[in-house]
Design a protein around this ligand. Structure first.
Ligand code: GUN
Length: 297
């Protein structure tokens, strides 16, 4: 079994971006600038947004963290996004999800200017992704593709089983892995809470993407020998032995599954860091596309 080390693979991507930012500075070109919006103070969202901002700082991007009260009205949040859409200094806009119940995530996502939608959630960008056109691919699925690429894992002709059909991970990764592209060309089965015979389906998988948010769900008896296991789960579970009172658990029973698979992502340190790297790549791309429109750079 070999670990798919997301820290290592993401570092290579960040190093590359860092040297590109250095070049931009030397040329006097505009530096990528990400605006990250956090509504309320959900613990997990605080952690994610902090690592996104830290990622920007590490490689020399500008970032602006906009903290908004849990009680902000939908109208005021829409107005904030509207201003960012028209702010020439901002290249990428990210609204951390989930949002409070009184705000429609759909309305918020739909208002973000597609050219600044570095999360790749806007319907225009989702549509382009489905068509296989150039676009922003959502950070977690994009990070998984980059990780498979980094470790040169063959996906062509493989049976990939995706567990979980969220708009953020399960559904897009199932589309991406089925594309005629590299990585891609998989036969994909998308499983969810109503899937019958999940164990039998998983046992036929060459690649399993576990993205359902249930700690330790994927057990060793659901995995065939030498399968590739990608664990997207990052659930906080109470852990009195930890100073902060919790530890992060993936969707895979790592201890037992790791004894029979060929590759597996650890949690933490697998898909998580790749998600940040993918977001940074999208922000860099948004900046370059915008600059090429402004002055043909
Ligand atoms: N919440 C969980 N994952 C994500 C993500 O990739 N982007 C945003 N904006 N919110 C999330």
């Amino acid at each position: 079994m070999q670990l798919l080390d997301g820290k290592l693979a993401s570092q290579a991507i960040k190093d590359d971006l860092k040297s590109k930012v250095k070049e931009l500075k030397e040329q006097g070109s505009k530096i990528p600038h990400l605006a990250a919006l956090l509504v309320g103070n959900n613990g997990s969202s605080e952690t994610y947004i902090a690592s996104k901002v830290r990622g920007c700082e590490e490689i020399g991007f500008k970032s602006t963290l906009i903290r908004l009260a849990e009680t902000i009205s939908e109208e005021d949040l829409l107005e904030t996004i509207h201003k960012l859409n028209y702010d020439n200094d901002i290249d990428g806009i990210l609204v951390q999800l989930p949002l409070p119940k009184h705000i429609s995530e759909e309305k918020i996502i739909n208002l973000i200017e597609p050219a600044k939608d570095v999360d790749g959630f806007h319907p225009i960008n989702i549509g382009k992704m489905v068509q296989g056109s150039e676009t922003f691919i959502s950070a977690t699925p994009y990070g998984i593709l980059l990780l498979l690429q980094h470790y040169k894992i063959e996906t062509k002709g493989m049976h990939a089983v995706v567990i979980g059909r969220s708009n953020i991970v399960g559904r897009p990764i199932s589309i991406l892995l089925s594309r005629n592209d590299e990585p891609g060309n998989c036969t994909v089965t998308l499983c969810h809470s109503h899937t019958k015979n999940l164990k039998e389906i998983c046992l036929q998988a060459d690649i399993i993407i576990a993205a359902l948010g249930k700690p330790g769900f994927l057990k060793a008896d659901m995995v065939k020998n030498d399968a590739v296991i990608i664990d997207v789960g990052i659930t906080r579970v109470n852990d009195k032995s930890k100073k902060n009172g919790y530890s992060i658990k993936g969707d895979v029973d790592f201890e037992n599954v790791s004894t029979k698979c060929s590759y597996i992502t650890p949690v933490p340190g697998g898909v998580g860091p790749m998600t940040i790297a993918a977001l940074l790549k999208n922000t860099f791309k948004a900046n370059r596309l915008k600059q090429s429109l402004v002055n043909g750079q």
